[in-house]
Design a protein around this ligand. Structure first.
Ligand SMILES: [Zn+2]
Length: 232
């Protein structure tokens, strides 16, 4: 067995570099597989490149935070210039922060999808409170705020799924959150005292369409992902 001193792990095959940190391994005597020149040769170099993947994820997270900050600066300026008694840029800022949080949190490795779903719904509650404070509790959050947020989420999930359609099933649970949130809004809009506005219904329909696209693209992976999450 070869050993990585940095990660403090044993590698079962005859690799010469650590699959996690790319450090050169300490090669144990019993596995020494040398050629005529006395040089060590490795037969197995088939680990997935984790370092590269992590760098890519970090890049995606940083890019979304960067774009959100720029978008929010522009929106604050527009809000300031065209001010008509609502500070709606607070709402867009909170929504963008939520989208960034969703993207970053969806890449967390040691958290289950169900826990993620719960955390995302919980984090959405202060967002809804902010929205209703800014708009004086007149039903804005369920008529516009949450449906727009869900539509943005649909767009993000759709783009991520298209970019990486072989792994699009990992976004199913995030997409399901969007469906649930917009569906709840639709119910409130339809049965509530507010004038019926169609945006929440549109958001629900779009969410369901994106969800079905992912299920269709992911084929077996999607159905087994759903079965796994709900223990069907
Ligand atoms: Zn290592």
């Amino acid at each position: 067995m070869n050993r990585c001193r940095k990660c403090n792990i044993d590698i079962m095959d005859d690799s010469i570099v650590c699959p996690l940190c790319k450090n050169v391994l300490d090669i144990s005597d019993d596995l020494k597989n040398t050629d005529k020149m006395g040089m060590y040769k490795s037969r197995s170099i088939s680990y997935p490149d984790i370092v590269k993947k992590r760098k890519w994820i970090k890049f995606v997270i940083r890019l979304s935070v960067f774009l959100s900050i720029i978008a929010e600066i522009i929106l604050v300026l527009i809000n300031y210039i065209t001010f008509k008694n609502t500070l709606w840029s607070i709402v867009t800022g909170a929504c963008l922060a939520y989208v960034c949080f969703t993207i970053a949190y969806s890449f967390q490795r040691y958290v289950s999808h169900r826990a993620k779903l719960a955390v995302q719904v919980i984090v959405a509650i202060p967002l809804i409170i902010i929205i209703d404070r800014v708009y004086g509790g007149n039903g804005w959050s369920i008529n516009f705020g949450i449906p727009i947020m869900v539509l943005v989420l649909d767009l993000v999930v759709f783009i991520l799924s298209m970019v990486n359609f072989k792994k699009c099933h990992v976004y199913l649970m995030v997409q399901l959150t969007g469906i649930i949130m917009s569906f709840i809004c639709s119910i409130f809009v339809i049965i509530g005292r507010y004038k019926v506005k169609m945006l929440s219904v549109v958001a629900t329909v779009v969410s369901i369409i994106v969800f079905m696209i992912i299920v269709f693209l992911g084929e077996k992976k999607s159905t087994s992902e759903l079965a796994k999450r709900f223990r069907i």
